[in-house]
Design a protein around this ligand. Structure first.
Ligand SMILES: [Zn+2]
Length: 125
């Protein structure tokens, strides 16, 4: 049986930047440091590249430092969360419900504010 290799990306914070790693069928193929407007990949000199394209999606999805992988070709999300996706959804829901009191603390801890995420589109999970 033949099939296409599955190309997936994940994203983790690395210092003040983000590290986007590309997996080709589960093997690390490349990994690049980037921000919403800079990227160290070969296309970094161009105005945009796929990393800068997907980074706002990782941020909007809350998928940074998570078990979520982005399938760039299908523009969808994949998770390998061993606890199951339900647990992650629950955690994200809780994260969205922070009391105002905790907000300052949260802001102090977070990276410089990213550009506002794109309007929410219904995505495949
Ligand atoms: Zn790039």
């Amino acid at each position: 049986m033949t099939r296409m290799n599955q190309i997936l990306y994940n994203c983790h914070t690395d210092g003040g930047q983000y590290r986007i790693t590309k997996f080709n069928d589960g093997e690390v193929e490349s990994t690049y440091l980037c921000t919403v407007d800079e990227c160290e990949c070969p296309a970094g000199v161009r105005p945009t590249c796929r990393h800068r394209h997907m980074l706002p999606r990782f941020i909007a999805k809350g998928a940074v430092n998570s078990f979520y992988f982005y399938d760039y070709d299908r523009q969808g999300w994949v998770t390998n969360d061993p606890i199951g996706q339900a647990a992650l959804e629950q955690e994200l829901a809780q994260r969205a419900k922070f009391e105002p009191m905790e907000k300052d603390y949260q802001l102090a801890m977070s990276e410089p504010a990213p550009t506002p995420p794109e309007p929410t589109i219904r995505r495949r999970i």
